[in-house]
Design a protein around this ligand. Structure first.
Ligand code: HMG
Ligand code: MG
Length: 302
């Protein structure tokens, strides 16, 4: 299959990236990060989650962050909503897209959202209907589509099962998520194949954590199957509170560098993106978790 000439990147740094930070990141910093990402050319940004503040304290300021961002025309702002309570809170913020998030593994579903896969679908169904009726787009995240921190390898049939349920309740596109970054290219291709039983390649996003350093290889494996939507975190921020030891998403800087080097356009200015990553990394008191960002920053300094 020919590689796509253009790739759409959803930066999930403000949400997936920051949700696991132990010290509170002020809303003003999150807002500034969103502003810097859109200035760098990102046209899809996952801003925050409307989840229980007892479960994920870092996202307790979801409404304030959404209220504070100055929206730019042509940018899609998405938020996570696990249930009706989250959706009702999110509606006032007028997101362009909501994300329901399920898991291909039962154990992870219980740890992450405190219910079984079947129960999660029952909870998502009315949220999806309400969002579509309100004119919002709906995405469905499928966690642990390759490996699970509690169950080990996850079978493609489990991914197909979840993708089928997501399709049935009206989810428009899905994220094939390697939550703990244990996937390797052929395993990822099998999980994508399973997803393609229910969604066409235009409606599948690759979401790869880079824990084992496989995320760029997995991205290329997904590109070869016609997938052209990917999620990544500026500066490689992140980790999921319910996937211990799993590190951040693949760094947006690394994905953009690889794609541009392959002649694939993203609409993103790599230098401005590196600045956005440096901004948040400086606030967090560490180096960006991105080889490309470090190389560019070193080159600038030298
Ligand atoms: P629960 O405790 O089972 O919910 O939590 P409940 O319905 O029994 O309600 C219990 C209490 O929570 C009640 O409050 C509710 O009002 C409140 P109380 O009466 O005790 O004061 N509550 C809420 N408050 C705010 N917002 C809400 C909400 N819902 C209930 N939406 C729930 C269920 C899903 C809420 C909980 O388990 C939760 O918030 N989990 C957090 C999950 C999460 O954010 N995980 C990280 C994101 S997923 C991820 O990172 C993976 C991804 O990146 C893809 C990948 O890499 O795999 C997407
Ligand atoms: Mg994630």
């Amino acid at each position: 299959m020919p590689l796509p000439s253009r790739v759409q990147i959803i930066d999930v740094g403000p949400r997936d990236g920051l949700q696991n930070e132990k010290l509170p990141v002020p809303a003003a910093i999150k807002i500034e990060l969103v502003h810097r990402l859109q200035a760098a050319g990102l046209t899809e940004i996952e801003v925050t989650s409307f989840v229980s503040p007892k479960w994920v304290p870092q996202m307790a300021d979801a409404a304030a962050v959404m209220a504070g961002i100055q929206r730019q025309a042509g940018v899609r702002y998405s938020v996570l909503t696990p249930n009706q309570i989250g959706f009702e809170a999110a509606v006032h913020s007028k997101p362009d897209e909501i994300v329901v998030f399920g898991a291909a593994s039962e154990a992870f579903s219980r740890k992450n959202i405190n219910c079984s896969i079947a129960e999660s679908i029952e909870r998502f169904a009315p949220v999806v209907q309400a969002a579509l009726a309100a004119g919002m787009a709906v995405r469905g995240a499928m966690s642990c589509a390759v490996g699970c921190p509690y169950e080990g390898d996850v079978s493609p049939s489990s991914v197909s099962y979840l993708a089928g349920l997501m399709k049935q309740i009206g989810v428009q596109r899905v994220d094939m998520a390697d939550t703990i970054g244990t996937g390797t290219p052929l395993k990822v291709q099998k999980a994508i194949e399973a997803t393609l039983e229910h969604f066409d390649a235009d409606h599948v996003c690759g979401h790869f954590h880079d824990t084992y350093g496989q995320a760029l290889a997995n991205t290329l494996a997904a590109l070869q199957m016609g997938v052209w939507n990917f999620q990544s975190s500026v500066a490689g921020l992140g980790g999921c509170p319910y996937a211990k030891g799993a590190t951040g998403n693949v760094a947006t800087e690394d994905v953009v560098y690889m794609l541009h080097g392959m002649g694939i356009s993203t609409g993103i200015d790599l230098d401005q993106l590196v600045d956005a990553g440096a901004f948040i990394s400086e606030f967090l008191g560490r180096q960006p978790n991105s080889n490309v960002a470090k190389a560019i920053l070193n080159k600038r300094a030298g």
